[in-house]
Structures are given as C-alpha cells and as structure tokens.
Design a protein around this ligand. Structure first.
Ligand code: KIV
Length: 275
C-alpha cells in the first residue's frame, strides 16, 4: 500500500484512511503559503480558523466569519494541486440551525473548492456529522482542546487529564467515527490518551500536542515556519521565517531611504519620450 505522499494527483479521503505512512497536515490561509505547503508534499492543507489569531489579527478564533473562511478556502484551494483541502468551520457556523450548518459546510465544497470540512466536535456534532456524510461532505472531527470553547474551558488548557474526561473523549471519538467522520484531530491531550484513542478507532487520528502515536500530525503553519512569536509549547519551529522577513523588510527600508533602490536595473527608460 502506498502512502499519500507517493500518490500522484489529489490526495483523497479514502487514501488518507488507508495510508500506512504518517499523515502530514499543516494550515494555510493564503495562496502563496498553500503553494509552498502543497509542493513540499503535505497530505492535507487545513484552512484553520486559527487564521483568526494569525492572519486576521483577532485575539482568538471566535470572531472568524463564514465569509472570511470562504474567501481564504477559495484562495488555498485555487493554489493547491495535490493535497486534500479541509475547511475549518468557524464558531457558531455549525450546530445552531441544522439547515444553516449544512449550507455553510456545503458552501466550502460547492463554491470554494474544499474537499472536506473540519468541525470542532462535541455531543452537538454527532448528528450533523452523519447528515453531512450522507450528503457527500466528508467530515474531519476535532476533540480534546477545541479552541472555540476557550471561555468555557477557562483557557487553552490540556484536556482529557482525568479518567472521566478521557473516557468522554474516547466515547465521543467512537460516536463521530460511527457517524461517518473520516478522521479525527486530537488537540492538546495526554499522549497516552491519544495513543489509546488511535488504537480504538479505525479512522486515522491526527495529533497536535497529542504525542507521537497518532496516525498523523498537524501544526499551525506560522508556528512550524517560525512566524509566531508565542507558539504553544507543543509546537516545533522548523525555520525562522520571521527573522528572514524582518531582514528583507529592513533591507528594503534602508535602500529606499538611502536611494540605493531602485537602481538603474530596476527601471526602464522610453527613448522617444518628449518630456
Ligand atoms: O484552526 C486550526 O488551525 C486547527 C488546528 C490547530 C487543528 O484547528
């Protein structure tokens, strides 16, 4: 069996489910980043609502709207050739009214080119997961730390740390799998809980702050490339893009101010111009 990275063409939900290689997922919110992430061979590009506190400058993910998500999903989908594009459904865009929930999710596939949606999950998303799956909208579930519940959880705290809470996560994972979810994100939970859930489920688990025993890993791209100044402790910085951008921008400012840029090689002259 081949892993998703070795396949030509678009990675599919089914291929992810049968992959024997660890699944790689990164977020992207714009076309340039999506192009880079896709070309590097990432299996899944998640247009995360983390765009709220990264690209959009909000204090949390809560203010992200369906229109904002749709616009960024479109940009990412247009720039992605191979990876599976997953649209993360914003706070209150699902779970309030069933018809609206379906319409908001459907819009991401029908108008913007995503291949699946991700729902921050709970007891309220089991039926919706089943309905969306019936309608042909693949659903990635998300349990553990679900940042849209930041006020209810009292912060971005590790979840599933008591036996009762861990059992609840396992039960919800099973219910979402039975409802048709094609994969499950586990965020900021103990590694031994993530390992147990992974063992119990048929569908792949994708971890973030959940240890090394999940079937795949996901990071926020800003954290992975070193754009974020206050990345969570479970994220690893694989580059220092912020320092490189700062160097480039400072160089630009210096050269414009000193008159070095633009040089003659950056300008054109029209010989016949009578001015
Ligand atoms: O919004 C996001 O980026 C996410 C990932 C951290 C899983 O939900």
């Amino acid at each position: 069996m081949v892993g998703p990275c070795e396949m030509s063409g678009m990675v599919t939900v089914r291929e992810l489910q049968t992959s024997e290689e660890p699944i790689t997922m990164l977020t992207a919110y714009d076309a340039t980043t999506a192009e880079i992430v896709d070309a590097a061979g990432v299996d899944v590009v998640l247009v995360g609502d983390s765009m709220g506190d990264t690209a959009l400058g909000y204090e949390s993910t809560l203010p992200v709207t369906v229109d904002e998500m749709a616009s960024h999903v479109g940009a990412v989908a247009r720039a992605t050739e191979d990876a599976l594009v997953v649209a993360d459904m914003p706070f209150l865009s699902v779970g309030v009214d069933p018809a609206d929930s379906v319409e908001h999710c459907g819009r991401m596939l029908k108008e913007e080119g995503a291949q699946a949606v991700k729902l921050e999950s709970g007891p309220h998303t089991v039926e919706l997961t089943e309905r969306l799956t019936q309608l042909g909208i693949p659903v990635m579930a998300h349990l553990g730390l679900t940042p849209q519940r930041v006020h209810q959880l009292g912060g971005y705290k590790r979840q599933g740390t008591s036996s009762e809470a861990a059992t609840e996560i396992l039960e919800l994972a099973r219910e979402h799998e039975a409802a048709g979810a094609f994969s499950l994100v586990l965020e900021h939970v103990p590694a031994n809980l993530a390992a147990h859930v992974t063992e119990e489920l048929e569908i792949p688990t994708i971890g973030i702050g959940a240890g090394g025993d999940c079937d795949g890993q996901v990071l926020v791209v800003d954290d992975a490339v070193g754009l974020t100044e206050d990345a969570p402790s479970f994220a690893k910085q694989f580059g220092d893009v912020r320092a490189e951008m700062e160097r480039a921008v400072e160089g630009y400012v210096e050269e414009v101010e000193s008159g070095e840029f633009p040089g003659s090689e950056h300008a054109t002259v029209a010989d016949d111009l009578d001015v």
